[in-house]
Design a binder for this molecule. Structure first.
Ligand code: SOE
Length: 387
């Protein structure tokens, strides 16, 4: 079997998890990392124990030993980095949001199809075993038709006004902040698990902290804030939003996102109410799936290979009672991506779990519709996303 080479472009807390997941595969070599300068790339290469460091991402893409590019750059670099990787015929695994707007999202999706390479977006919550359990129960008819799909994705790492991230800067994070960053995950998960597409949205956006204080350096998500002199910066992007949803089959839904909500670390919840039963999954208690009944006691299903459906087994790694975690779910997505690459990356061999650039493009369409709905004063907005 040919050894595949992986190259990673970008810093951030998630970069280390891309590298760990690839190393866990055992048959893929982490060849090189690229950063914003030669010095930062070398620092990262040393930290991750990688031999080659590039201060220019074009040089990493041109490296003949790199077959798969992992993009973990800030949002404003996704388009140029991913486009350059596709032009060089490399497989791409990109962080979300795929692009800052639907137009660029669509261009990347089309370029990926034309390049005939694997194209994956890290909507990693799909990789959790009990998320797949819920998806298969719905697909198998156990819930009955869904009438309501709802939940939230709440965090608190931006609660302090001294945290200033590129996500708050319209020229870097894109016009949206919380919706693009974590609303994209929630909507992807809701559509993936329910099997339903969101048809239209009605959104209400808020900036709870309109003035932030920047020290010049962008704060990494979840990191301690930097010290030093600070200057006030006006922020217009949303840090809190609530959205009503209409699904294509007539089901209704709603979700809220916020990144300034004390006590909520990475609190994603998805609940799906069917005509026969309800399911609820919460990321911070990811080894349990709540099953709600009308005519008998509710119960909670534990993540246990002896209990889950057959299709979920490849996504469990440990016996019952041994908790699986964020990194295991992330690994599941990376493992499916590389098995797709090894199979030739044709559309018909794509594992069902795997989110592609179409899903990344779709999420840019959803966020764009939400921004339009809010800008129009809160009117229903249809989601336009031609496939
Ligand atoms: C910060 O909000 C962040 O790191 C997101 O960018 C990730 O996609 C999410 O999984 C965790 O939170």
């Amino acid at each position: 079997m040919r050894t595949l080479g992986m190259g990673l472009i970008g810093p951030g807390f998630v970069a280390a998890h891309h590298i760990d997941a690839v190393r866990r595969l055992g048959d893929v070599e982490v060849v090189a990392v690229a950063g914003s300068s030669q010095a930062s790339a070398e620092r990262k290469a040393q930290e991750y124990k990688v031999d080659r460091a590039y201060g220019d991402f074009h040089a990493l893409i041109a490296d003949p030993d790199v077959h798969v590019i992992h993009n973990t750059t800030p949002n404003y670099l996704h388009f140029p980095v991913v486009m350059a990787a596709l032009a060089a015929g490399k497989h791409v695994i990109s962080d979300k949001p795929l692009a800052p707007n639907a137009e660029e999202g669509r261009k990347l999706y089309e370029a990926a199809l034309a390049a005939k390479v694997a194209h994956v977006v890290t909507f990693n919550y799909r990789g959790n075993p009990l998320v797949q359990q819920a998806r298969l129960m719905i697909e198998g008819g156990e819930t009955g038709d869904l009438s309501f799909v709802h939940g939230y994705y709440l965090q608190d790492w931006m609660t302090d006004p001294n945290v200033y991230s590129w996500r708050s800067d319209p020229s870097k994070g894109g016009v949206s902040s919380a919706l693009g960053d974590i609303g994209s995950h929630w909507c992807d998960l809701a559509e993936h698990v329910s099997g339903l597409k969101i048809d239209s949205v009605l959104a209400d956006l808020t900036t709870v902290i309109p003035t932030r204080y920047s020290s010049g350096a962008s704060a990494e998500a979840f990191s301690a804030k930097s010290s030093g002199d600070r200057v006030p910066v006006q922020v217009h992007a949303e840090d809190l939003a609530s959205v009503l949803l209409r699904f294509e089959n007539g089901a209704k839904g709603s979700f809220s996102v916020g990144q300034v909500l004390p006590g909520h670390k990475n609190d994603l919840q998805l609940e799906l109410n069917g005509r026969k039963l309800s399911l609820k999954w919460r990321q911070e208690e990811q080894n349990e799936l709540w099953i709600g009944h009308h005519d008998r006691p509710n119960c909670s299903m534990a993540k246990d290979p002896s209990l889950v459906s057959k299709g979920v087994l490849p996504y469990t790694h440990l016996p019952g009672g041994h908790q699986e975690a964020w990194a295991d779910a992330f690994f599941n997505l990376i493992r499916d991506a590389y098995s797709w690459i090894r199979e030739g990356a044709a559309p018909e061999t794509k594992p069902a779990l795997l989110p592609t650039f179409f899903d990344g493009y779709r999420s840019t369409c959803l966020v764009e519709a939400m921004l339009k709905s809010h800008a129009a004063g809160g009117v229903w907005q249809k989601v336009n996303c031609a496939s």
